[in-house]
Ligand binder design. Structure first.
Ligand SMILES: *Cc1c(COP(=O)(O)O)cnc(C)c1O
Length: 230
C-alpha cells in the first residue's frame, strides 16, 4: 500500500470511529510518527500534507529537522532528558512527555531565554505499569498547579500510552481514565483555561482512543510504515 493509500485508510477508520461515538473528524489531529523511517520517507509524509511530525529521539530528529529546513510542526513524544532541552526549544512546538518538575523548569528556562513558548502534554501513567513513564493520576493536580506558574509553558492536555493489547478493546479503560482525569481537572478549575486535548491512541488502538475522546493520535507503523534496520 502506498503512503497515500495508508493515509486514506486511516482517515476512513477515524471517520468511522467518530460516527460510532458521535464525534466530528475535525476534532482529531494526527501526529505522523516518523521515528522508524528515513529522512526521505519523512519528507514524503510532509509532501502528502501531513504537517505534524513526531519523533522520540533527538539524535535522529535533530538532523532530519535541519535537512528539512524546519518544514512542518514537530512533536517530541519520547522520554526527554533534562540536559537535552536546549536541543528541543526552537525546533519542537509540542512536547507530549512532560513527566517531572525538573524538566518543566528547564523547559521554562530555555524557552524564556529564546523568547518562545512551548505547548506541553502532561504524561500520565494510567495503566500503572512500572515500565511506563508518566505521573500517577493522583500526582497530576499538584503538578499542574506548579507547571501553571511557568509562563512559557502552555499545558494543552494530557497524554498516555496504553499497554499493547492483542484486543485493542482492552485499552478502553486506559483511554477513558485519561479523559475522566482531564474532565475532573477542568471541573476543579485548577486552570484558567480548561485543558482541551488528549494525546492518546497509536497504530494498534487508535479507534478505541477516538471513541474515548482522543484529540491527538500518534501514528507510526500503520500510517508512515516501519523500515527494517539496515
Ligand atoms: C512510537 C510511538 C508511537 C507510534 O507507535 P505506532 O504503534 O508505530 O503507531 C506513538 N507514541 C509514542 C510515545 C511512541 O514512542
Amino acid at each position: 500500500m502506498s503512503l497515500k493509500e495508508r493515509i486514506e485508510l486511516v482517515n476512513t477508520r477515524i471517520r468511522q470511529a467518530c460516527k460510532r461515538s458521535g464525534r466530528q473528524p475535525e476534532e482529531i489531529n494526527i501526529v505522523a510518527v516518523t521515528k522508524y523511517v528515513s529522512l526521505e520517507a519523512t519528507e514524503a509524509v510532509l509532501d502528502q500534507g501531513l504537517t505534524h511530525i513526531g519523533e522520540n529521539r533527538l539524535q535522529v530528529a535533530g538532523p532530519k529537522w535541519e535537512q528539512l529546513g524546519g518544514r512542518g510542526t514537530w512533536h517530541f513524544i519520547g522520554h526527554l532528558q533534562t540536559n537535552k532541552v536546549k536541543d528541543v526549544i526552537g525546533k519542537f512546538g509540542y512536547i507530549h512527555s512532560l513527566d517531572r518538575l525538573s524538566l518543566a523548569k528547564e523547559l521554562e528556562k530555555k524557552a524564556a531565554a529564546e523568547n518562545t513558548f512551548i505547548k506541553v502534554f502532561i504524561q500520565v501513567n494510567i495503566s500503572g505499569e512500572e515500565t511506563k513513564q508518566g505521573l500517577a493520576p493522583d500526582e497530576v493536580p499538584g503538578f499542574l498547579e506548579e507547571v501553571r506558574k511557568l509562563p512559557h509553558l502552555k499545558v494543552i492536555g494530557l497524554m498516555t500510552m496504553a499497554p499493547f493489547e492483542g484486543d485493542p478493546e482492552d485499552t478502553r479503560p486506559i483511554f477513558r481514565g485519561l479523559r475522566e482525569l482531564r474532565d475532573q481537572l477542568n471541573d476543579k478549575s485548577l486552570t484558567d483555561e480548561p485543558m482541551e486535548h488528549l494525546s492518546m491512541g497509536m497504530s494498534n488502538d487508535f479507534e478505541v482512543a477516538v471513541e474515548e475522546g482522543a484529540t491527538w493520535l500518534r501514528l507510526g507503523t500503520l500510517l508512515v510504515g516501519k523500515e527494517e534496520e539496515n
